[in-house]
Unconditional design. Structure first.
Length: 304
């Protein structure tokens, strides 16, 4: 077996993604390789999307997702859009069905280049999010940062989009909060036995909101697709917005918007947004040693 595999450096609204082609192999990208790649400024990433041969009939691939700390992730909406763009460039197909540990995801690339991912149904039951203690209504749970009589953040909405999320509602610019300081404390709070993604959300209208996220296992991120879904669903669930919302990701680079539609017809959450190819190369999935391909003008196929 060849010791190296092809990979692409991509991003979804700046959410740094490595798409790694593991098809035709039985090994995996190791945690040690992920940590080494994350430590290198040129390959630093938020998530690795490792494409494996399908395990279930009717699916196009199994996607193994790793965070930059080497831990496994259940879902990554921005990363899934990157996989779709890569495979669409390779195959010419526009519609794909993927298996992840969180379930089956369907995705499609549109004529304008944007990509929609069906993220499935949200989960609100406290023990399935999961939370460490029972909350009858997870639209608002007891959790705060700061003094008891004047908390900086408090009473988040909790839910799962295949991974646990807590959404704190704020009235001012989400960039004005020291999320780099609060994020680790909240991610690792005992109320979240599997840790959690922490999002600040400012609702600006019935159809728009702004978010910023501390991502579980990755830290401050330019964008987090599943967090945008969680914020949009939580906003609708608490009566702050309707079921279709444009989520402006405050820290996205380049700036951008994810359109989130929590469909009433089937309870599924559909996320639509862009993906961007940057460059490609080869890497060793065991060690993380890598080599960049010669620069190519234009984007071309991300995973040949």
């Amino acid at each position: 077996m060849n010791s190296t595999v092809e990979f692409a450096k991509m991003n979804g609204l700046g959410n740094k993604i490595l798409v790694v082609d593991m098809r035709g192999r039985t090994d995996r990208v190791t945690a040690e390789a992920a940590i080494a790649l994350a430590a290198d400024p040129q390959t630093a990433f938020d998530q690795i999307m490792a494409i494996h041969d399908p395990k279930v009939h009717g699916t196009d691939a199994f996607i193994d997702i790793l965070n930059c700390d080497g831990t496994k992730a259940q879902a990554c909406g921005n990363g899934t859009r990157c996989v779709v763009q890569a495979l669409a460039a390779e195959t010419g197909n526009k519609a794909f069905t993927f298996q992840t540990v969180a379930g089956i995801l369907n995705a499609i690339e549109h004529e304008d280049g944007t990509i929609s991912v069906d993220m499935g149904s949200p989960v609100f039951d406290w023990n399935r999010i999961p939370l460490a203690e029972e909350f009858h209504d997870t639209r608002r749970i007891e959790l705060q940062i700061g003094p008891i009589d004047d908390p900086v953040l408090h009473s988040p909405s909790a839910m799962s989009m295949g991974n646990p999320h807590a959404v704190f509602w704020v009235d001012r610019d989400v960039m004005s909060y020291d999320l780099a300081r609060f994020g680790p404390l909240l991610e690792n709070h005992p109320i979240f036995p599997e840790r959690a993604n922490i999002t600040l959300a400012q609702v600006t209208s019935r159809t728009a909101m702004t978010t910023r996220t501390w991502e579980r296992g990755a830290g401050l991120t330019f964008a987090c697709g599943s967090a945008a879904c969680a914020a949009a669903v939580s906003a609708a669930r608490t009566g702050r917005t309707g079921r279709k919302v444009d989520v402006h990701v405050a820290s996205a680079n380049p700036p951008g918007v994810l359109t989130i539609d929590w469909r009433e017809s089937d309870d599924h959450v559909v996320m639509t947004g862009p993906a961007e190819w940057e460059w490609s190369g080869t890497l060793d999935p065991a060690s993380g040693a890598w080599q960049r391909d010669a620069d190519i003008a234009g984007s071309g196929a991300a995973v040949p």
